[in-house]
Design a protein. Structure first.
Length: 317
């Protein structure tokens, strides 16, 4: 897939000592596992608006009208940084349309994606979103965004990486002169992967793509397709959906295989369905038959390798 994939990341997760206490939160999965495939663009929004490290801890504070702002330190000498952070976040987000993903720092009042502590007169609740991440997700709704804590979950990690690699390939397509044929071919390559993530949304996307020629602008179509594509992939692939895809792929080999081989493949898929085998087992056997009995359509399906095997993300499925 060509060049390294551009991904934004909270600078502290890269091991930079930019946190309020002068420390960092180096995230091994990013720095060690993803690094060979991606180009990280680290940002610390708090340092970017002129704060130093170390610094007083920042807090999200809800005022009596319900507005959530960002404050430095505690009353009565706290500083309101809401406007500065909001302005920077919107401006910075608009510069990041080339990115294929973003990894933010959990629980941070600037970067947290969910469950950030918000203070008000009644105490505090964990129901906030960091101001930078909130702006990022609002300005670039198609962008895969995850936080370091959630990426310790194998299913969320696999989903995030699949979305990043998909968006990178689509962004490369957008960087070339767009053609209907190019967009159709992209959609065709991703059909089985999309089917694994959401059957209802996959069925809606097909007619949308088929009606491409009704759009006056191919670029506007492509941007709307990107939104729908990434919203679909944000649904985690499920075991029943994977089973459905595997059975679909199995159908391509029926006439080539012996009865014993057909039974062996069907049994392996069923054992995966029951949770007795990892996804990699039936996929490996299908890949073996794809090499032995080539099929052009199956061979181009990203489903069989949505990201480099070296990331070992399907071992736990």
């Amino acid at each position: 897939m060509g060049n390294k994939i551009p991904i934004g990341i909270s600078a502290c997760l890269m091991g930079e000592k930019v946190r309020f206490d002068g420390g960092h939160r180096r995230f091994a999965f990013a720095v060690d596992d993803l690094a060979p495939f991606v180009h990280f663009e680290p940002i610390c929004p708090e340092m970017a608006i002129g704060l130093t490290a170390p610094r007083p801890a920042l807090r999200l504070v809800k005022d009596p009208t319900g507005r959530i702002g960002m404050h430095s330190g505690k009353s009565p000498d706290e500083q309101d940084l809401t406007d500065a952070m909001t302005a920077f976040s919107v401006r910075q987000s608009q510069r990041l349309t080339h990115l294929s993903g973003y990894i933010v720092c959990a629980k941070s009042p600037s970067c947290g994606m969910e469950r950030v502590r918000v203070y008000d007169r009644g105490g505090s609740q964990k129901d906030g979103v960091g101001l930078f991440t909130q702006a990022l997700m609002r300005q670039l709704p198609w962008l895969p965004v995850e936080e370091n804590g959630r990426l310790n979950d194998p299913q969320l990690r696999e989903n995030f990486v699949a979305r990043v690699f998909t968006l990178f390939e689509f962004n490369q397509l957008m960087g070339q002169p767009l053609t209907r044929g190019g967009l159709m071919a992209f959609h065709s390559r991703y059909k089985l992967l999309l089917l694994a993530h959401s059957q209802p949304l996959y069925r809606q996307l097909g007619p949308f793509v088929a009606a491409m020629d009704r759009w006056d602008s191919l670029e506007l179509f492509a941007m709307e397709y990107r939104n729908r594509l990434m919203a679909l992939l944000a649904n985690s692939a499920t075991r029943p959906n994977h089973t459905n895809v595997l059975m679909h792929a199995q159908g391509y080999f029926r006439r080539h295989l012996t009865n014993q081989q057909r039974q062996e493949l069907a049994l392996l898929i069923d054992r995966y369905r029951q949770g007795l085998q990892p996804l990699l087992a039936p996929i490996t056997l299908l890949k073996h038959y794809m090499a032995e009995y080539p099929d052009d359509w199956l061979a181009q399906q990203r489903y069989f390798e949505p990201y480099p095997e070296a990331l070992r993300l399907r071992y736990g499925h």
